[in-house]
Design a protein around this ligand. Structure first.
Ligand code: SF4
Ligand code: SF4
Length: 404
């Protein structure tokens, strides 16, 4: 991917694909905040720097640019530089430590979940800069990190280490355990490695040092598993983007390339095995209509829509794939009061379009998309892996063969 702003021919295609530009008139879009501002900086002039803080890092501009310029990464580098030069507000500091907070909160989950519904606590949170239009997801004491660390036969030749990420860890360990069990029932030996946050919340909140620290810990843990013949799997598309693109890319981690080369999306992994005839998953038939919201970061991964392709194999499940909508929440972006309006407007546009499909529920890979879209549309939102797991018939055939 070419970061060089000089290759930008100002065609404005990225602009047409930028969700924030669509709803926030203060944001001039990826062309002006990215390559155009870079030209100013190289000429020694000062561009309007606060523009870059409005970008949600959805990465749609990067996918859209036909000339290989990466406005999202140009902006991200400037955001990190901005974070170094300016005072970072409390909310950014809190969100960049979301993993450590999760560790603490999950220990007192029943009390913490009650506290966030108390008005005065909500006001206090709003005072620190946390947006207040969404009900925050409850935390669970029985986090993924407190689950059985492995499942499946020790003798199995196919071994996977599941990077479940913070959301499944602290908020939806039930989905994480279903993914673990889905692979175990398909004949894999599944391990849940000791892991920390992928680093995206730190990166998105301007703390490069914290992102590199977290990435460093993950790289050393996951490298060991790779050396022992494990493939690394992820289900969260934002974690996947960090592991496969940011570790060897913007974070420039030693060992990052090795992690990227051995890490797969769970659906991509299953689909490949099925297409090669190495795995036969047989699904129960259902009579359901669902709308599949494609998260921006799944698009940015460039692996297609493997979850949707797998779900299409469930007899009777009718899916409408929607890939031109951004939910607006973008990780912690929409959870900041300053971005609340932008996030809400985008969320409403997406929620209406999903409701108009006539589907009875939403499917999407990204946990924050589910949070935003379920609350704004009033429709249930589910993880594709949950549906796969629940539709799986007892009969799973597995053949051993080469490494994926
Ligand atoms: S960054 Fe790419 S898409 Fe955007 S204006 Fe420049 S050339 Fe066009
Ligand atoms: S990353 Fe997303 S929000 Fe940021 S400029 Fe690109 S398209 Fe717009």
């Amino acid at each position: 991917m070419n970061l060089d702003f000089q290759h930008c021919i100002r065609c404005t295609i990225c602009l047409e694909n930028c969700p924030v530009f669509r709803v926030n008139s203060d944001f001039p879009g990826p062309k002006q905040s990215g390559p155009d501002s870079q030209r100013f900086r190289c000429d020694g002039e000062t561009p309007v720097d606060h523009w870059i803080t409005l970008c949600s890092q959805c990465r749609r501009c990067e996918i859209a640019c036909p000339y290989g310029v990466n406005p999202a990464e140009i902006i991200l580098r400037e955001q990190l530089d901005y974070g170094k030069k300016h005072y970072r507000p409390l909310v950014s500091r809190l969100f960049s430590r979301v993993y450590y907070l999760g560790n603490l909160i999950s220990l007192i989950a029943p009390v913490a979940n009650r506290l966030v519904s108390v008005k005065i606590v909500r006001r206090l949170m709003a005072f620190t800069g946390i947006s207040d239009y969404l009900k925050l997801p409850p935390y669970r004491f029985h986090a993924m990190k407190r689950s059985w660390r492995w499942k499946g036969s020790h003798k199995s030749k196919r071994k996977v280490a599941f990077f479940y990420g913070c959301y499944l860890n602290y908020n939806r360990p039930d989905i994480g355990r279903k993914i673990r069990d889905l692979f175990a029932s398909a004949g894999f030996r599944v391990v849940l490695p000791g892991q920390v946050c992928c680093g995206l919340p730190a990166l998105g909140n301007g703390d490069l040092a914290a992102a590199r620290r977290l990435a460093g810990r993950n790289v050393s843990i996951l490298e060991e598993y790779i050396d022992r013949g494990f493939d690394i799997l992820y289900s969260c598309t934002s974690c996947g983007l960090m592991l496969t693109q940011c570790y060897p890319g913007i974070l420039d981690m030693e060992g990052g390339k090795k992690i990227a080369e051995n890490t797969y999306n769970i659906h991509e992994y299953l689909l490949k095995l099925m297409d090669e005839g190495l795995l036969n998953l047989i699904f129960e038939s259902v009579t359901e209509k669902a709308a599949y919201h494609i998260p921006c970061h799944l698009k940015a991964l460039g692996i297609g829509y493997p979850g949707a392709m797998l779900l299409e194999r469930i007899p009777g499940l009718e899916i409408t794939v929607m890939d031109d909508l951004c939910c607006g929440l973008a990780g912690t972006y929409g959870l900041r009061k300053k971005n609340q309006d932008t996030s809400y407007r985008l969320g409403i546009i997406a929620a209406r379009a999903l409701r108009d499909t006539g589907a009875s529920y939403i499917i999407t890979d990204c946990a924050t998309c589910r949070l935003q879209l379920s609350q704004l549309s009033g429709m249930p939102a589910r993880d594709p892996a949950e549906i796969l797991f629940e539709s799986l018939k007892g009969s799973v055939n597995m053949k051993r063969k080469k490494k994926l």
